[in-house]
Design a protein around this ligand. Structure first.
Ligand code: ADP
Ligand code: MG
Length: 627
């Protein structure tokens, strides 16, 4: 049956890796843990069982942006799926909930916050849940690279059904946490090697990174990602590359959703060759033909590095993962680490200043939401904005606040006039009257406070475009008829607790120290990796607790030169040509070399030595043979 479903819904001929075993385990009702590399095909491992099982499958997933893609992907395969998360209006959620009640949804994607909300808990009680999926399960662990406190609150017992946890990064500690926190101690575990045989890892120690970048991108002509550590640099380098005739666009978390989507689409469609991005780019991207991923600076952990580099060559073709670094980078990593783990008094001081800035009295504050204007904040509390940024993340880790750099704020309207005066004012403009009437009919409380409105819906009713609607609203604002907050995405802080008197403020330093220890270990591993002479891939796999890995035979270390000598495209062509000629006829070394043009002869000789060392060819009775 599973093969039939595989063909019917996905059009694939066969399973990959351990997909079949994992699916069988899930269908047999076992708790299951699946560790597969990025691009290894984890989605199928729960999606296929979901359509075989009688009830609904609930999928916990950390990224709201990904849910949308997954839902539309499933729908395109004729599978009914839906998502519930904070980006939906109440009305939209209600529609989804209704569809679920009617049994119309096989797979439901939810954010962990949603899963833990009391309403949802109540709702689930009346459902037949067949399977609980925890995707990106490393998020439960501080040993993973993307810890999310909300993941700790997932309580699988509640659903009374088997659980499958999936991740691409889980060292032994992280795996232990997944078992413990998800309460699946006896889960059957499938781990396929994280080895990526088609990836060529190369490190360059260099201080002229721009030149290096140009050289690399002129040698390797395919689609690529350049990862940098600052938003500013995404723009600068994208501009630089464009000036040099290489098509490139920047991508970072500071850009509006729309422009980010545009960049991603253009790159996915191969209209833009290179994306210069911060680590905001990539999660869930499924582009097979990425030929090169360059890290312009080393990332803070090897987990991050391997995940990001792993976006190259997902189609199985040879691809390059290049890491540039120099002494300044090592210092920067060290500095960032220190900034991320300040002293206790500094944390307390910041937290209290922040509460004062928000004007929170003792005994209040829990659940309150504040949008952050960094300029204003840093001026008033007199702490540089970069430092504030780090401290926000510290407070988040300590669960004192929730902090999001992009909090979606829908458009809100507040009508300043009373009903009668308002209509007197506008009796000569029918469109405006229509607009006001629609507002009053659709929403309550407009005269007392800001009310969220759904622009698209109103625009549709008025039969005008969203842009025109916004213009009309702005017109009304200028005339002081309404107060308007247009939709935006802003950094936002939500307080987790009421304010306590200063002396009672306790900070969980034990937890903080644990976090520091983890981060320090990760930092040391990166520093070690930059210095090491071990096969690159083997080093990383060892670090990820895969002890029996082989040498990759293609990284700069394996190819055995200090001054890196990568197998570039030209060389690859040469290898193919050498192989073709050897298989055609049993040449001696001399006769084969003579067949190549003069300027290639030396190269071919060197190549033959290398191919021999790598066991690609051998000599038999003085004649070349292929292995
Ligand atoms: P992961 O979540 O492990 O990173 P995905 O589930 O997104 O990976 O799968 C990566 C890609 O591999 C997708 O494009 C998917 O369609 C494809 N894929 C998965 N399983 C198979 C299979 N058995 N045969 C062919 N392609 C597959
Ligand atoms: Mg996935």
């Amino acid at each position: 049956m599973v093969f039939q479903k595989l063909q019917e819904h996905w059009g694939f001929d066969s399973f990959r890796n351990s997909q079949k075993d994992i699916i069988d385990s899930v269908l047999a009702g076992n708790d299951t843990i699946a560790l597969l590399p990025t691009g290894g095909g984890k989605s199928l491992c729960y999606q296929l069982p979901a359509i075989c099982l009688p009830g609904i499958t609930i999928v916990v997933s950390p990224l709201i942006a990904l849910m949308k893609d997954q839902v539309s992907n499933l729908k395109s395969r004729g599978i009914s799926a839906a998502a519930l998360n904070s980006s939906l209006s109440n009305e939209q959620s209600e529609i989804v909930l209704n569809n679920i009640r009617l049994g119309k949804v096989k797979l439901l994607f939810v954010s962990p916050e949603k899963l833990n909300s009391p309403n949802f808990e109540q709702f689930v009680m009346n459902l037949k849940v067949s399977l609980l999926v925890v995707d990106e399960a490393h998020c439960v662990s501080q040993w993973g690279h993307d810890f999310r406190p909300d993941y700790l609150k997932i309580d699988p017992k509640r659903f009374k059904c088997p659980v499958i946890a999936l991740t691409a990064t889980a060292n032994a500690e992280c795996l232990k946490d997944i078992r413990r926190f998800l309460d699946i101690e006896s889960a059957t575990t499938f781990r396929s090697s994280f080895e990526r045989a088609n990836l060529v890892f190369v490190n360059y120690k260099t201080s002229s990174k721009r030149n290096m970048l140009l050289e690399l991108l002129s040698k390797i002509k395919g689609s690529g990602i350049v990862y940098v550590r600052s938003r500013r640099l995404t723009k600068e380098l994208a501009e630089f590359l464009t000036e040099q005739g290489i098509s490139a666009m920047p991508y970072n978390g500071g850009m509006q959703n729309k422009s980010r989507q545009k960049v991603q689409d253009s790159w996915t469609a191969n209209k833009t060759r290179i994306v210069v991005a911060t680590n905001a780019f990539g999660m869930g991207i499924d582009k097979g033909d990425v030929e090169i991923v360059i890290h312009y600076e080393p990332p803070p952990t090897l987990e991050d590095y391997y995940q990001e580099a792993g976006r190259a060559g997902r189609n199985g073709a040879k691809a390059y993962a290049i890491l540039m670094h120099n002494d300044a980078d090592v210092l920067r990593l060290q500095n960032n680490f220190e900034n991320a783990f300040p002293e206790e008094h500094e944390i307390k001081n910041f937290y209290l200043k922040l509460l004062n800035y928000f004007k929170i009295p003792v005994g209040y504050g829990k659940g309150e939401r504040f949008f952050i204007d960094f300029k204003k904040l840093t001026y008033e509390i007199d702490i540089p904005s970069k430092k504030c940024y780090y401290l926000f993340n510290v407070l988040k880790k300590l669960e004192l606040i929730k902090y999001s750099e992009h909090f979606f704020q829908p458009t809100e309207v507040f009508i300043r006039y009373d009903r009668r005066r308002m209509f007197e004012l506008y009796d000569r403009n029918p469109k405006v009257i229509d607009l006001l009437q629609i507002l009053l009919r659709s929403y309550e409380g407009l005269f007392t406070d800001y009310v969220r409105i759904d622009e698209s819906q109103i625009a549709r009713k008025l039969e005008i475009s969203n842009t025109d609607l916004v213009k009309m609203l702005q017109g009304l604002e200028t005339q002081n008829t309404i107060a308007l907050r247009l939709r935006t995405e802003k950094p936002c802080v939500i307080l987790e607790d009421d304010r306590v008197v200063k002396d009672h403020l306790r900070i969980n330093m034990k937890k903080f120290d644990l976090l520091r220890a983890v981060a320090e270990k990760q930092l040391l591993a990166v520093q070690e990796y930059l210095k090491s002479n071990q096969c690159r891939q083997q080093f990383i796999l060892n670090y990820l607790d895969e002890q029996d890995s082989n040498k990759c035979k293609v990284c700069d270390i394996c190819l055995g030169s200090e001054e890196v000598d990568i197998v570039w495209e030209e060389e690859l062509e040469l290898i193919e040509s050498v192989k073709a000629q050897i298989s055609e006829s049993g040449y001696t070394i001399d006769t084969l070399v003579k067949r190549f043009p003069h300027n290639k002869k030396n190269k071919v000789k060197a190549l033959l030595t290398k191919m021999n060392q790598e066991d690609m060819i051998y000599l038999h009775d003085g004649r070349l043979k292929l292995r």
